[in-house]
Design a protein. Sequence first.
Length: 77
Amino acid sequence: MTEFETIAIFNFSHEIIVLKSILDNEGIHYLFQNENLVSVNPLASYAYGGIQLKVHPKDFKIVKEILNNLNTNLEIV
């Protein structure tokens, strides 16, 4: 895990639920640092540095694509 690097930071634990499922389905190894701390005390998220998504550098490209797709592929009806 020492090789893992932060690729994204989230403020609240509800923001990572769908992302976890996608990363699991893609077989990508990841770590959400501070997830438990922020879920216990959401108002202190900024003090903890938020929930940091850490992945291996070899997975950066695919994870960036996943993050971009989550932000742009929402269909409003």
